[in-house]
Write a protein that binds this ligand. Structure first.
Ligand code: B12
Length: 514
């Protein structure tokens, strides 16, 4: 049989100019890595690609793209935050005569703009459409848009091609067990892209993938890992024997199920990202995040999660029409009262495809055409009760307060005494413990910064006195340093950022209307 023509395919995640999730990027650096993890879309698409393609994966956060070679075809995953760079890359490859395909959340909802910089857009889920797109590329019948109305069955997935990813440069591996979200919050794309009906993978299929992955450290990228409690418990039972360590995202409702929390901790969960979004009930109503409403007792729920030995990464958004600058203080106080050290504070922004985007566009309130600013720490819309510079300054002030060493010490004191850190976060290898110890020593002892030394002494005393698990105690310390550093860095660039904000400041929206 004649040998089939081979094609060279690049799968690319473009670099992002403004990073969020600061502890991730700084922690990765401390561990000598470039990034926490590579977007799952790339190894997933690689697994769907026929065997006569030679595939190279490039995540620009971890490696440069070699433009001295010419691939036959390039697939680029796009977010609003990476869209400018995606456009640049698309133009550059097309100028070289390479076929360029875009996919991912940005291109899905910005098809017209994307098609100025690529040859085809694969909208929504890639499974099925990507294979068809490649077939058409080979036959010279490429369509501009690949779109279907339904969703893929998603019961069983081919294992992602982690063998194509430079694992030395990343910290953990992404895994996904479900798609869809029954809720329909205005600022989120998930139900619009993946449907409101949840779809789940067979647990055996997930277990096989985890077993084969080249890491013991995982992040479940599901939007809400525990929404289906029965499935979640079965999943936990199946992964306990795998001795892995992982983080995930779920809603605060997870706290209502003690058995599930215990199973999660036993299965290696050390961290849950929870979208509190707003402490202002009117803003929750405004954005249709109703499932966080209804007299939720956050303090009790948080205490239950902590009692299971699981740490919370609390996510908040400020900038809804019902918000005023006091919202920042309310969030700061809440995190102090509830001992929440990992806080991701975002300014409301409006990614294309969301209801928020539709509303603000209709009202002429989208400020910037620069999508890369939409990472949550720049004002990108015309807020109701705050000018852009006012919200920006208050945001900067709040994140500085959230991560000053005195705040960190106070939260640590509470967390270390309430038992959250006595349980190890999964099966941490002796090598990893040694590494954590060495990096802590380097960052906190071999430093001239008296504040760091002071915090270190305090934490070591706590670790000794309260039988804190070494990975949790030191991991906490390093993550906090990660935030602290990133925010200092952000402040260093403050002049540039402030100028961008000033240049587009139009005052509070309401006032302008009067
Ligand atoms: C996990 C996750 C994160 C993680 C990890 C991200 C990472 N680098 O891996 C963390 C928490 C760090 C994160 C950060 C951010 N995230 Co995020 N994140 C997600 C989440 C929950 C899952 C993404 C995922 O891995 N899915 C699994 C893979 C397999 O699916 P996929 O990427 O969608 O790819 C499929 C298809 O889209 C398609 N496809 C994708 N790319 C391509 C390319 C080609 C060529 C083709 C053919 C097909 C194709 O095929 C794939 C298989 O079906 C999504 C929500 C969601 N459910 O999609 C939000 C989401 C992607 N994030 C979002 C945002 C806004 C962000 C941040 C900007 C938030 C912030 N304020 O900083 C940052 C950006 C960081 C970055 N550059 O990645 C938005 C993006 C909106 C937009 N239009 O840009 C989403 C959609 C959530 C939302 N609320 O709407 N995120």
């Amino acid at each position: 049989m004649p040998e089939r023509h081979r094609f060279l395919l690049y799968l690319i995640s473009p670099r992002q100019r403004f990073i969020n999730y600061p502890a991730h990027s700084e922690l990765a650096k401390m561990f000598g890595k470039r990034r926490f993890m590579v977007p799952l879309a790339l190894p997933t698409l690689a697994a769907l690609t026929p065997a006569h393609y030679d595939i190279r994966i490039f995540d620009e956060e971890i490696e440069e793209i070699p433009f001295n070679h010419k691939p036959d075809i390039v697939g680029i995953t796009t977010l609003a935050a990476t869209s400018n760079r995606a456009f640049e890359l698309g133009d550059r490859f097309r100028a070289m005569g390479v076929t360029v395909i875009f996919g991912g959340p940005f291109a899905t909802f910005m098809q017209e703009a994307s098609l100025q910089h690529c040859d085809a857009v694969v909208a929504g889920e890639g499974e099925g459409k990507w294979e068809k797109c490649l077939e058409d590329f080979e036959n010279g019948t490429l369509q501009p848009v690949y779109q279907t109305t339904g969703f893929v069955p998603y019961t069983s997935q081919k294992p992602p091609r982690w063998d194509l990813v430079n694992m030395k440069r990343i910290f953990q591996v992404a895994v996904q067990v479900s798609r869809g979200c029954p809720f329909n919050c205005d600022f989120c794309l998930v139900s619009k892209t993946f449907g409101r009906k949840m779809r789940y993978r067979e647990i055996d299929n997930v277990v096989e993938e985890i077993k084969a992955a080249p890491s013991k450290y995982f992040f479940f990228v599901d939007d809400n890992l525990t929404i289906h409690k029965k499935y979640a418990k079965e999943l936990m039972k199946a992964i306990i024997p795998l001795h892995i360590s992982w983080g995930c995202m779920c809603s605060i409702d997870v706290a209502s199920d003690h058995e599930l929390l215990e199973l999660m901790a036993e299965a290696g969960c050390f961290n849950i990202l929870i979208g509190f979004e707003s402490l202002n009930p009117e803003s929750l109503d405004e954005s249709h995040k109703q499932h966080n409403r209804g007299g939720k007792n956050y303090a009790e729920a948080i205490a239950r999660i902590h009692a299971a030995g699981i740490h919370i990464n609390a996510s908040f958004v400020v900038g809804f029409d019902n918000d005023n600058p006091d919202e920042f203080d309310r969030i700061y106080d809440f995190t102090m009262e509830n001992h929440l050290p990992h806080v991701n504070l975002h300014l409301l922004n409006a990614p294309p495809g969301t209801e928020t985007h539709r509303k603000y566009q209709e009202e002429g309130r989208l400020l910037s055409r620069n999508s890369e600013l939409g990472v949550g720490h720049f004002p990108t819309i015309h807020y109701m009760n705050m000018s852009q510079i006012e919200i920006f300054d208050k945001y900067m002030d709040t994140i500085s307060r959230l991560y000053d060493f005195e705040t960190i010490r106070k939260k640590a004191e509470a967390l270390f005494s309430n038992g959250t850190f006595t349980r190890p976060g999964g099966d941490i290898s002796p090598f990893m413990k040694a590494r954590l110890s060495w990096i802590t020593f380097k960052e906190f002892v071999l430093t001239t910064d008296p504040e760091r030394k002071k915090l270190f002494k305090f934490i070591i005393k706590q670790i000794r006195a309260r039988q804190i698990a070494i990975d949790k105690g030191l991991g906490f310390l390093l993550a906090m340093l990660g935030y602290h550093r990133h925010i200092r860095e952000h402040h260093r660039n403050m002049k540039e950022y402030r100028e961008i904000v000033m240049s587009q400041d139009r005052g509070p929206w309401k006032k302008n209307q009067i």
